[in-house]
Design a binder for this molecule. Structure first.
Ligand code: SF4
Length: 136
């Protein structure tokens, strides 16, 4: 087998370095996209949680007393604060919401649970939150 010339070695190394450079760029782009979407998710979820407070305060679905809604909201908020306002990952939140979506206790279009009075589009994203009927 003929030995590799220095020029061939240089060409080979150039090809390899180009390959790893492209891989690095690809990885960096994916990482930045992930960071952006995670940040967007966190910011919008926290804004949603504050907005939900107002909606829970103002909305009065039939059969839900104001005090019951407030107690549920405050206990969830307290538990969430104890966990450092951590959010569940999107997959978990989606899985929880799918359960609520099929539940007879959900009141649309607000996605408000008639048992706890919480807005499930938000509550399902909160770390440590739970269904009052223990469905999730
Ligand atoms: S939190 Fe539980 S009870 Fe309420 S809508 Fe979701 S699954 Fe139903």
């Amino acid at each position: 087998m003929a030995e590799e010339t220095p020029e061939q070695t240089i060409e080979k190394l150039k090809g390899e370095s180009e390959y790893y450079r492209n891989k690095f760029i690809e990885f960096k782009t994916k990482f930045i996209d992930l960071e952006r979407s995670t940040l967007r998710y966190k910011i919008t979820t926290k804004i949603d949680a504050v907005m939900s407070f107002l909606v829970v305060m103002l909305s009065a679905e039939e059969g839900m007393s104001f005090s019951k809604r407030m107690m549920s909201f405050i206990s969830t908020l307290y538990m969430w604060a104890k966990r450092g306002f951590k959010l569940e990952d999107e997959q978990t939140a989606k899985a929880r919401l799918a359960i609520c979506n099929a539940c007879p206790e959900i009141r649309k279009p607000n996605y408000q649970c008639s048992i706890c009075g919480c807005l499930m589009k938000n509550k399902t994203k909160i770390s440590g939150a739970s269904c009052p009927l223990k469905k999730w």
